[in-house]
Design a protein around this ligand. Structure first.
Ligand SMILES: [Zn+2]
Length: 132
């Protein structure tokens, strides 16, 4: 059966009538689409800045583990003081022992009591850093 793909408004999803090059029902839909797109852009930019800062701090923490405090609570305190936002991350990995690695892209941390341990690809190394 031959079927013409129905064109729909980019904002509200309604079927478009009339000219085939139309993208929106009307100006109201067009304006609303741009406004919400712009809002989303601003939100994404804000989230991206937080994730970027979180990732940078995780790299600094991981790279300075030798000189860093061995106390995982001190590490969490250091992150917080430097502006790390614990509400933002990209994904979560489950470790072999059931604990979670909370990731900001390819960097991450593992919760350890009230503190944190840097996530390292070699899980045995994480294990040796844990205080429990
Ligand atoms: Zn519409």
């Amino acid at each position: 059966m031959f079927k013409i793909k129905a064109l729909r408004c980019k904002d509200c999803g309604e079927r478009l009538k009339g000219r085939s090059d139309k993208l929106y029902c009307d100006d109201r839909c067009r304006v609303r689409y741009f406004r919400s797109n712009n809002q989303l852009h601003l939100i994404k930019r804000g989230v991206d800045q937080i994730l970027h800062r979180n990732r940078s701090l995780l790299i600094r923490m991981r790279e300075n583990m030798k000189t860093f405090s061995t106390n995982s609570e001190d590490r969490a305190f250091w992150l917080r003081r430097k502006g790390f936002d614990f509400n933002f991350h990209t994904h979560v990995l489950t470790l072999h022992d059931g604990r979670m690695a909370i990731m900001c892209y390819e960097e991450g941390y593992v919760l350890d009591g009230n503190g944190v341990v840097p996530w390292l690809e070699n899980q045995e190394r994480v294990q040796t850093l844990l205080t429990t």
